[in-house]
Design a protein around this ligand. Structure first.
Ligand SMILES: Nc1ncnc2c1ncn2[C@@H]1O[C@H](COP(=O)(O)OP(=O)(O)OP(=O)(O)O)[C@@H](O)[C@H]1O
Ligand SMILES: [Mg+2]
Length: 652
């Protein structure tokens, strides 16, 4: 079984590398930085592991027999590989994080497997008469993991102690100075990996998850990932819950972090993909100022540097980006980057569903969707659609949502939703979250319900790493700067903590008590019956150019009510929806499609007039559908709608 992730399985890295030559005592003798080098794993003529480094004019191959990997910052695309035999270390940066994880995983595991088999002796090599050779290494297999695991399990824990000279190198990974501890940690890691792979019988796995949890992209999602990696300017769409944001996270993991900016039209959506808001990236304020002023704002050194270093711009929830703003961004990009190409040559990766929330407009303002802009026409080469819904499984509920999405509400659908109003969807003391159309209603409900509870308030203050970015953190981070709780408070988890145990973003619970620690952290009972003490966790937001801002807070929010706008992108366990004051097209669809099932949904004042889809958007989608049918004419398994525009392709 091959572990792959689209075309990510090839363990070749292209990234920045600082090469350090070391003295026998480990001091750095010489250091050379290369902005872009290719590192390839392979085997020599004796089937032994080699790492090839390709420079512009030459190649160097290193036999790998001993290895030290520092991978603390692997998620940021950084790691160090030390080859003690060769007295050299490679400090990698700006690597696509998922590729880097896979590369390191392959390197370590293949070496472990090789150690099991034993190396060919120098003498045999000398007399073999074989020609020098280098074959690219085969992708990591389940068998490799099992063999590596078995080898570790068979090793006596004191093995590395024998190597007194270099215990860290012998242990293969450096995290602690105690070799026995390292062995134990590594064994646990490999055992978990092997067990996970066995358990899930996966044949597609996200590389980063090799170290954590198994992930599999659907064929449609893989097609999109591949189009992105081919450098296409792409818009991918699909109904709520088709895994658009989920896929975006994989896309982010496959691109070089220093040149990739992950943004979304709103702070909540940006948080789902660990990015920043489009406005904050662009640096043109609200974008309402005249173009010349916007260009001036974006030309400030810090902002201009972001625009210049950006090679891949990701925008989630594109439906809420105003068409005029998109046009302005396109011009700003060209001016700041001093390039005539659309968006100054930046690859665009846009994602969203135009049948969900539209751009915010003032009364009387003409609404212009992004797809109506000139910038869209000249930059988007490929449109793809995801159709496999992952949030809901019940076919009946999926059909209802599909009709609502298109603004249709036949009698049967109306009836099914009205019937939900009599339900009591309280489970395990957890009440349904109320989704409201207006923010004032949300605040009123949460404040008054908290007040109604007897008992003391406990306040938990967030710790932000940078006061200057406090406001940005308030926008981006779902956890509040100050979290006030009381016994019995209804809360919602706002971070994935443990997917296997159902502790996921959107999981609903109730405060049951506080633990005995000095901080008295809250004990939460969740809908699924799990009870957990919740301690502060970190949110790390990439604000571009490899920079991050961090908030540490307990991952909870009050959850008697949240606004529909804030709920966009969420998956919720049990929801109560009030649609009486719906004011936007797509708003009812967004609210209803947050629910995982009809059983977990209660609509209190359903009226078919609240179900509305924008005719311009419907027209846009029907044209896409027509185009798709014409292009593929019965070819299934193909989710690309537009063929790329050849004039755009030629520029890459
Ligand atoms: N390939 C997959 N394997 C397993 N789960 C998936 C996969 N793709 C998506 N999911 C799950 O499906 C749910 C919906 O995904 P996601 O939020 O990315 O959808 P979306 O298309 O962005 O929805 P929305 O339009 O509402 O923002 C999430 O719980 C996500 O973890
Ligand atoms: Mg989403």
């Amino acid at each position: 079984m091959i572990i792959n992730c689209g075309n990510m399985e090839n363990p070749t890295l292209v990234c920045s590398v600082s090469i350090e030559e070391l003295s026998p005592t480990g001091n750095i003798l010489r250091k050379v930085h290369h902005r872009s080098l290719t590192m390839t794993l392979g085997r020599d003529e004796f089937r032994e592991l080699q790492m090839k480094v390709s420079f512009p004019k030459k190649e160097c191959k290193y036999a790998v027999k001993e290895l030290v990997i520092h991978k603390k910052f692997v998620k940021d695309g950084k790691a160090t590989i030390k080859l003690p035999d060769h007295k050299i270390q490679f400090m990698l940066s700006n690597c696509p994080p998922d590729k880097l994880v896979l590369f390191l995983q392959t390197l370590q595991t293949k070496l472990d497997v090789l150690k099991q088999k034993g190396f060919v002796s120098q003498r045999s090599k000398l007399f073999s008469g074989k020609q020098h050779d280098f074959d690219e290494i085969s992708p990591l297999t389940l068998k490799d993991l099992q063999v590596a695991h078995a080898g570790k399990a068979a090793q006596p824990p004191t093995l590395n102690l024998a190597n007194k000279k270099r215990p860290l190198e012998a242990a293969g990974q450096v995290t602690s100075s105690n070799p026995t501890e390292q062995d134990a940690k590594r064994l646990k890691l490999v055992a978990t990996k092997a067990a996970l792979l066995k358990m899930t019988k996966i044949n597609g796995i996200s590389p980063s998850k090799v170290l954590a949890k198994p992930v599999q992209l659907t064929p449609e999602q893989n097609n999109v990932l591949e189009a992105v990696l081919r450098g296409r300017n792409i818009f991918f769409t699909g109904s709520a819950g088709t895994g658009k944001s989920y896929l975006l996270k994989r896309i982010i993991g496959a691109l070089p972090p220093n040149h990739t900016y992950a943004t979304a039209s709103t702070g909540v959506a940006a948080c789902h993909i660990g990015g920043t808001t489009l406005h904050s990236f662009a640096g043109i304020g609200s974008g309402k100022a005249p173009l010349s002023q916007c260009v001036q704002m974006a030309s400030q050194p810090r902002i201009a540097q972001q625009w210049r270093s950006c090679k891949h711009l990701i925008i989630d929830e594109i439906s809420m980006v105003d068409g005029d703003l998109f046009d302005k961004l396109e011009t700003v990009a060209r001016m700041v980057r001093k390039s005539d190409q659309p968006f100054g040559g930046i690859q665009l990766i846009l994602c969203g569903d135009f049948l969900q929330l539209p751009p915010v407009t003032k009364p009387g303002e003409v609404r212009k969707f992004c797809f109506q802009s000139e910038a869209w026409r000249k930059s988007i080469e490929t449109t793809m659609e995801l159709t496999d819904i992952k949030r809901q499984v019940d076919k009946n509920f999926i059909n209802i949502l599909q009709l609502i999405r298109k603004g249709l509400c036949p009698e049967s659908v109306c009836q099914a939703l009205i019937e939900t109003s009599n339900k009591c969807i309280e489970r395990n003391g957890v009440l349904a979250t109320k989704l409201c159309t207006h923010k004032v209603d949300v605040d009123d409900i949460n404040v008054s319900r908290l007040k109604q509870l007897t008992g003391d308030v406990r306040m938990f203050a967030a710790v932000d790493d940078n006061e200057v970015y406090k406001q940005q953190l308030d926008t981006l981070c779902p956890a509040p700067a100050y979290l006030e709780l009381k016994l019995g408070a209804q809360v919602i988890l706002c971070k994935n903590l443990d997917i296997q145990r159902g502790l996921v973003n959107g999981a609903r619970g109730v405060v049951e008590g506080y633990d005995n620690s000095a901080n008295g952290y809250p004990v939460i009972k969740f809908v699924n019956g799990v009870t957990e003490v919740l301690k502060p966790v970190k949110w790390i937001f990439k604000i571009g150019g490899g920079n991050t801002i961090i908030r540490k807070q307990i991952p909870l929010k009050l959850a008697w009510a949240i606004s529909i706008h804030k709920s966009q992108g969420m998956t919720l366990d049990c929801v109560e929806i009030s649609l009486g004051k719906v004011f936007e097209t797509g708003q009812a669809y967004v609210a209803l499609s947050r629910a995982k099932s009809l059983e977990g949904l209660k609509v209190v004042d359903f009226n078919k007039n609240c179900v509305r889809a924008d005719p311009t958007v419907l027209n846009f989608y029907s044209k896409l559908e027509l185009r798709h049918r014409m292009l593929h004419n019965g070819v299934e398994d193909e989710n690309e709608i537009f063929r790329p525009n050849p004039s755009l392709l030629s520029r890459r």
